[in-house]
Write a protein that binds this ligand. Structure first.
Ligand SMILES: [Fe+2]
Ligand SMILES: [Fe+2]
Length: 661
């Protein structure tokens, strides 16, 4: 299948997109970071004493909650001052009136007398002195949890130049105004300063490194301590590695392009949505590798997608996808990681090869379960051998992989439909002669059904000879003429003597009726949900062939009649399989009518003539069928004819044997 410029551009952009995702780590992440395996062994270039950031952070978190520097807050201070003012006012006004009023605090008789004298004198000195004493206390800061007695004592001392009972009354009022309140707030900046001072006093935790000491071992996860040491030696680059990113980007994009080229080499009818499916799955898998980092399960990201792609697009596509997905691994791996990746790759290869042979969905399910179990056993054995610990991680990996496989199997029919793919199991389901459309064909158009079965035999043998897809052509052949169901009696194989075309006597109308078997066939294919690769056989088996007989009749009536209305509307065969079906369709009548005494050479000549006529008419130009394959086809068709002839020659049955059976 040819792709136009727009398709090519779209696919190229998708390849570049996959490249960007694959090269992403080189653009955004420091070259090394804690928690990922080291790509190589690194030794200390010289002696050094490095701040241990992990121990430092730990010490900080221990001290943090205990140390909080507090300062006085202006607003809270003002509120507390106003509260005292209110208390003083209430007290003085309560003593001015004649009748007794509720007072904010309880008073001794001496204090009461003091208040009365105070209000009579209109003295302002005492309240001011009390307010100044409160302000002095607030300037030092007051905490809400201070005991009442403590507050009382402090305020009493603040009023030391005041005679009794004014002094004790003032102290009571200050205590009342401050009790349970605070004018302090935490200052984060000053807290940090104090924290740093404290850490400095106790000594900053350090890591002592000697020249030549191993900091990281290849494949081992980089610890925070190792990271600190690497950072102090300037071995960690935080700026984007643009050059390296570009190299990786181009590398991955070219890889994706090559994968598509290999897929198209093996699956010539690979269309753009299918190419985008291959690239999209790859992008998703690359995304998973980045998102989950070192904890990504190679089995879960490699096996299910490659299995499903192999089912839908063939083993070659599955294998090339798998090769690229395994090679583009953006995370450095340790020994166990490499072993697991290899196991996953191996399991996926077996799965892909099996997927090409599976002949039912039940078989696919069976191999999915067996593969999961086998993969886990091999992985467990390998981890044991390499000295790792086999734990729940492996079990969860198995559950994840099994779950993804089942999900894939569930979604497969939908993916097949959307991307025009077809699996072997679906083809075999469609070949069942008990399916409704084929039952209709056998009962309503028995002649066409007979012709269909004959074509099936020829086409299968032909495709087997050239190494094509036998299951696909068998299914395509079964459905190629279903359009004849709309008017079976107009086709010669269903007629018994009377030909309605003779009564019609209008070659142009007759040509329309013949073309209708293609158009109606496509409608039926849609109605019965035939997948696109099978439905393609309906128009392509007729290509743009000429309806010679009716054109001849038309020219008898009008010698200048155009041949346009007498050609099928195409398209011409786009794959080897549809081309083989066209040729089988053309040779069937000729082979069937050959007398039994015809020699093999004569049969070959006659088939060859028919095929070459179609080839010279340009019908095979888009199919990719070469001259060598055509010769193999001729032999294949004649083989079938020989079998057929053999069946038609009656066995001589000796008279006496007739009684012995
Ligand atoms: Fe046909
Ligand atoms: Fe046919």
């Amino acid at each position: 299948m040819r792709w136009n410029a727009r398709d090519g551009l779209l696919v190229m952009l998708a390849c570049l997109g996959v490249g960007v995702i694959s090269a992403w780590p080189w653009l955004v992440q420091p070259s090394l970071r804690p928690g990922v395996p080291a790509p190589f062994e690194i030794r200390a270039p010289q002696d050094a004493s490095v701040v241990d950031s992990e121990a430092l952070a730990q010490r900080r978190s221990q001290l943090g909650p205990r140390i909080q520097v507090q300062i006085t807050d202006k607003d809270a201070t003002r509120q507390l001052q106003q509260r005292l003012k209110r208390l003083l006012n209430e007290l003085i006004t309560s003593s001015e009136g004649q009748e007794a009023r509720l007072r904010p605090i309880s008073l001794t008789p001496e204090e009461e007398a003091f208040l009365i004298t105070l209000s009579q004198q209109g003295e302002q000195q005492w309240p001011l002195a009390v307010e100044r004493a409160q302000s002095r206390m607030l300037a030092q800061g007051v905490v809400s949890t201070l005991a009442e007695g403590q507050l009382l004592q402090a305020s009493w001392q603040q009023l030391d130049d005041m005679p009794e009972p004014g002094r004790s009354l003032g102290a009571k009022l200050i205590t009342r105004s401050l009790q349970g309140s605070t004018n302090l707030r935490t200052d984060n900046g000053l807290t940090q300063v104090l924290l740093n001072d404290l850490i400095q006093q106790n000594g900053v935790p350090k890591i002592e490194v000697q020249a030549g000491e191993v900091i990281t071992v290849k494949g081992e996860v980089i610890s925070q301590r190792a990271y600190d040491v690497l950072d102090s030696f300037g071995l960690i680059s935080r700026s984007p590695a643009t050059g390296l990113f570009l190299v990786r980007w181009i590398e991955a994009s070219i890889g994706a392009g090559l994968m598509l080229m290999i897929c198209r080499r093996w699956k010539t009818d690979l269309n753009v949505p299918q190419a985008l499916l291959l690239l999209g799955t790859l992008a998703a898998v690359q995304g998973c590798k980045l998102w989950f980092g070192a904890s990504v399960s190679a089995l879960a990201v490699l096996v299910p997608p490659s299995l499903l792609l192999a089912e839908g697009l063939g083993s070659a596509c599955g294998l090339s996808w798998l090769a690229l997905a395994t090679l583009l691994w953006p995370i450095p791996l340790n020994n166990i990681g490499t072993a697991r990746l290899l196991v996953a790759g191996g399991v996926a290869v077996v799965g892909v090869l099996l997927a090409g042979r599976q002949r039912s969905r039940a078989e696919t399910l069976q191999s999915a379960v067996l593969l999961t179990v086998a993969a886990l056993l091999v992985e467990a054995a390998l981890i044991q051998i390499m000295g790792g610990a086999v734990g729940g991680e492996l079990l969860s990996e198995g559950v994840l992989m099994g779950g993804l496989l089942l999900l894939g199997l569930l979604l497969a029919p939908m993916v097949e439909k959307v991307f025009g793919m077809i699996t072997r199991s679906r083809l075999l389901e469609l070949c069942d002669l008990q399916r409704p459309l084929l039952r209709r064909l056998s009962s309503e158009a028995p002649g066409t059904f007979e012709h269909t079965l004959m074509i099936c035999g020829l086409a299968e043998e032909g495709v087997r000879a050239i190494g094509g897809d036998v299951d696909l052509i068998r299914t395509g052949a079964l459905y190629h003429d279903v359009g004849k169901l709309h008017a079976p009696q107009w086709f010669i194989e269903n007629q018994s003597g009377d030909n309605p075309h003779d009564h019609l006597d209008d070659p142009w109308r007759s040509a329309e009726i013949l073309q209708a078997h293609v158009d109606e066939g496509l409608k039926m294919a849609r109605r019965y949900g035939l997948p696109a690769p099978v439905a393609d056989f309906i128009p392509e088996h007729q290509g743009t062939l000429r309806m010679g007989y009716f054109l001849h009749r038309a020219r008898e009536q009008n010698p200048n009649a155009s041949d346009r209305p007498f050609r099928y509307r195409g398209p011409r065969p786009q794959s080897k399989e549809t081309a083989v079906l066209m040729l089988a369709d053309g040779c069937e009548a000729a082979l069937r009518s050959m007398p039994p005494e015809t020699s093999e050479e004569q049969a070959c000549d006659s088939v060859r003539r028919i095929i070459h006529a179609r080839r010279h008419d340009g019908q095979l130009d888009d199919s990719g069928l070469g001259p060598v394959e055509i010769e193999l086809l001729v032999r294949g068709f004649v083989q079938v004819w020989k079998r057929m002839r053999h069946r038609r020659i009656p066995y001589p049955i000796p008279a006496r044997k007739a009684f012995s059976a």
